[in-house]
Write a protein that binds this ligand. Structure first.
Ligand code: 6GU
Length: 233
């Protein structure tokens, strides 16, 4: 999978992309991530990328020409033009089924918004999928794009050591249950003990316990998951 991130703040990315699972996936060639500075497509002496809104009002609007030119040029950098994704609080809320839909695409062009957003003609011309990561406002799409990238990369075959663990997670493919509690050594800490069943070696009993605890966890913390349909989210 190839991801191209278009941002005004490319320096936000190397730290995050350089660590842990993301770093390993990139090093092993399982994903290719390119970060582009949209300002490089701005013209004129001041490399202006945003301007005041027509009709007045607060804030600045990202200009149509540098943004559209940037997307077009970046699309030409590989044979597959890729699906354009725009990160904006106005978008469809990201969830695991949609992550899994996007994860099978060969290439995504990820546009990070800033300020009061993009000139409407960016939408009209590029027709992007608009995505939000939740009902709150961030200062820009960069952190949201990292959330998207993180959720996508772990679905790419080979990225996680244990091939089952990603598709088995909570929220995956119709799995609407939270995980069961986990324990590791020591067996006792300040009087808090590991449940006996986990030490029993009785694997059917352990499976049953885990199923039960997952269900209890869900009822307790996210009962909404039990009576909602992911298709409506
Ligand atoms: Cl994608 N962008 C911004 N600016 N705020 C958000 C968001 C995105 N998703 C939730 N809040």
């Amino acid at each position: 999978m190839r991801l191209d991130v278009l941002t005004l703040f490319p320096d936000m990315f190397p730290g995050y992309l350089g660590q842990s699972i993301l770093n390993k996936a990139i090093e092993r060639g399982l994903v290719e991530i390119h970060v582009h500075n949209m300002r490089d497509w701005a013209t004129g002496k001041h490399k202006k990328i945003d301007d005041e809104p027509y009709g007045g009002g607060p804030g600045m609007v990202l200009m149509v020409d540098p943004v559209v030119n940037c997307v077009r040029d970046v699309q030409k950098m590989a044979a597959e033009p890729g699906q354009v994704i725009m990160l904006t609080p106005q978008g469809r809320r990201l969830n695991q089924p949609f992550v899994e839909e996007l994860a099978v695409k060969p290439r995504l062009i990820v546009l990070c918004g800033r300020y009061e957003g993009f000139d409407q003609r960016v939408f009209d011309i590029l027709n992007p999928i608009e995505l939000s990561i939740g009902d709150y406002i961030l200062n820009g799409g960069e952190v949201a794009s990292m959330v998207l990238i993180d959720s996508l990369v772990r679905m790419v075959p080979g990225v996680l050591g244990d091939e089952l663990s990603n598709w088995d997670d909570s929220f995956s493919r119709g799995n609407r249950l939270l995980e069961h509690p986990q324990y590791t050594r020591p067996r006792e800490f300040e009087g808090h003990e590991v449940p006996e069943v986990l030490l029993s070696g009785n694997h059917p009993a352990i499976e049953e316990w885990r199923k039960q605890k997952g269900l209890e966890n869900t009822k307790l913390k996210r009962s909404d998951l039990l009576d909602s349909d992911p298709a409506n989210e």
